[in-house]
Write a protein that binds this ligand. Structure first.
Ligand code: CA
Length: 267
């Protein structure tokens, strides 16, 4: 699936997992905007599914409206992103107040926007954004969870965070309060970068080293990579819904590769 900037390759998948009956994750993308959105809903009967879908749809719709009128600058783009998250939060919060079946619903949100050689990120909750660069996986987001707060305060060793009891209790989510605090960040896109968005159904089941190894193995085939990540989470128990989104920038070919392929084409 091509995504602007034109060389970017994307792949995505979402899976109910092996335990849950419903998939409350939702994913969406807009290839023209260079936008990937992932949400992991929670609460109520149908609430989780409603909240995550609303979050993704509001992000896609709002940025489709606002980005074409937004200057390409870093500040303007981040403000557009932040404004869309705030609108999504308000919409979910109001819907939860109107409909008893959706009372208390909320959702995480992870967003990556590629624009003019830069990557803009926004996130709320414990869905994560990783980057694979120079053969190394780096997590670009910090979970908004109780356990992450304990880690940050030195009260829980990082190596125990993944298995800590109550670790998934969110300290921030969309839809819960009338206002939401959004984490945003902006990076320069480099040749060979690969971005991975995921819900905790992946990161709780598969540790960062294993994710890194799978990316290294399937880096050049994002569709295969997405499928392998989901399969690994299911092999490890599949206790939650699993969603992954991948955007990969092909590495620049070196001068001798270009020379060799040129030489081969000559009669
Ligand atoms: Ca989840």
């Amino acid at each position: 699936m091509p995504l602007r900037p034109p060389r970017l390759q994307t792949a995505a998948g979402t899976d109910t997992g092996r335990i849950r009956r419903h998939n409350e994750d939702h994913i969406g993308e807009d290839g023209h905007l260079g936008l990937l959105v992932l949400a992991d809903g929670m609460g109520g009967h149908a609430g989780g599914e409603v909240a995550s879908r609303m979050a993704v749809e509001t992000m896609l719709q709002t940025l489709k409206e606002t980005l074409p009128h937004t200057g390409g600058g870093r500040h303007d783009t981040l403000e557009a992103l932040r404004g869309a998250v705030i609108r999504a939060n308000r919409g979910i919060h109001e819907a939860a107040g109107r409909d008893a079946a959706c009372a208390g619903m909320g959702t995480t949100l992870a967003v990556v926007l590629f624009r003019k050689g830069r990557v803009f990120l926004a996130h709320v909750g414990d869905s994560r954004i990783y980057r694979f660069r120079n053969d190394r996986l780096q997590r670009l987001t910090s979970d908004h969870t109780l356990v992450q707060e304990l880690v940050d305060r030195g009260l829980c060793p990082p190596e125990q965070a993944r298995t800590a009891a109550g670790g998934n209790l969110l300290t921030r989510a969309l839809g819960i309060e009338p206002r939401v605090q959004v984490d945003t960040r902006e990076e320069r896109l480099q040749p060979g970068d690969l971005y991975l968005l995921c819900s905790d159904g992946l990161s709780d089941m598969v540790d960062d080293d294993a994710i890194e190894a799978l990316i290294r193995q399937h880096r050049n085939t994002p569709d295969t990579l997405a499928a392998r990540l989901i399969a690994r989470a299911n092999d490890c128990g599949g206790r939650d819904n699993i969603s992954v989104m991948i955007a990969a920038e092909p590495a620049h070919r070196t001068w001798y590769h270009r020379l060799l392929s040129g030489a081969r084409r000559r009669p």
